[in-house]
Ligand binder design. Structure first.
Ligand code: GTP
Ligand code: MG
Length: 228
């Protein structure tokens, strides 16, 4: 009898947390839309290259647009320090024991920021291919990064993440040969998991693919807000 009462209660609490997050995310999305902020949520396993790629993208986009970034980690301000080198406005969110960012953390971090002065807001999520998938942050676009040293099968192993994403980026393509990465297998794994999803490839070592992703973001913003 005790078990029958306890189990639904735990499920209910989890449902409530997620529902509260969805309500806050919807409010954030409305605010972003009103101020024409294009928001990108970057998710991947730890060390796939989010901060490295984002630093490069902030530098390139920052020449013509107002760019800003929020970055989540369990501990340290290392990533914010690295991202700041691009010249962009950056804030670190320290989550302690929480393995993902939530809409409320984004809302609190934006408190002193004038959204009307931001064209692109990047959110670097906590490195983790599981927890962040359930938390809407009000973003326009969720991009999942997979790096070549992780192996070709990660899109198959993390279906919830790839199913909640809008685009994928294969990072560290300069290491493909060194780690025996089979690109055909990877393409198949991605397309089997999520047919038709848009795929990019980048290397920050050679610069390959970075401009293509930047162009995609600019196009995404202008399509969304009918602006330049
Ligand atoms: N060869 C190569 N190394 C890269 C590339 N991008 C990132 N790296 C390296 O990969 C390591 C991890 O990169 P980060 O950018 O810190 O990864 P991250 O996803 O931000 O990591 P967390 O925030 O800890 O989850 C660093 O040593 C980078 O120099 C790339 O395109 N090529
Ligand atoms: Mg990082």
């Amino acid at each position: 009898m005790g078990n029958i009462v306890k189990e639904p209660r735990i499920v209910k609490i989890r449902e409530n947390v997620l529902r509260k997050n969805d309500i806050l995310a919807r409010e954030l999305r409305e605010r972003f839309k009103k101020e024409e902020v294009y928001v990108i949520n970057m998710v991947s396993s730890p060390g796939s290259g989010k901060t490295t790629l984002l630093t490069e993208v902030l530098t390139r986009l920052g020449k013509n647009y107002n760019v800003a970034a929020l970055v989540g980690d369990l501990a340290t301000e290392n990533d914010a320090d690295r991202l700041e080198k691009s010249g962009a406005r950056v804030k670190q969110i320290i989550t302690g024991t929480v393995c993902h960012l939530e809409a409320q953390m984004i809302e609190e971090s934006l408190e002193n920021w004038e959204l009307s002065n931001i064209d692109f807001l990047f959110i670097e999520n906590v490195g983790n291919l599981v927890c962040p998938s359930s938390y809407d942050l009000g973003e326009n676009e969720r991009v999942v990064l997979f790096s070549t040293p992780e192996g070709e099968d990660k899109p198959e192993k993390y279906p919830t993440m790839i199913n909640s994403a809008d685009t994928t980026i294969l990072t560290k393509v300069d290491l493909s040969e060194a780690v025996d990465f089979d690109k055909d297998l990877y393409y198949k794994a991605v397309q089997d998991a999520r047919p038709g999803i848009k795929m990019f490839e980048t290397s920050v070592k050679t610069g390959e693919g970075v401009d293509e992703w930047v162009a995609h973001l600019i196009a995404g913003r202008s399509e969304t807000y009918k602006t330049n």
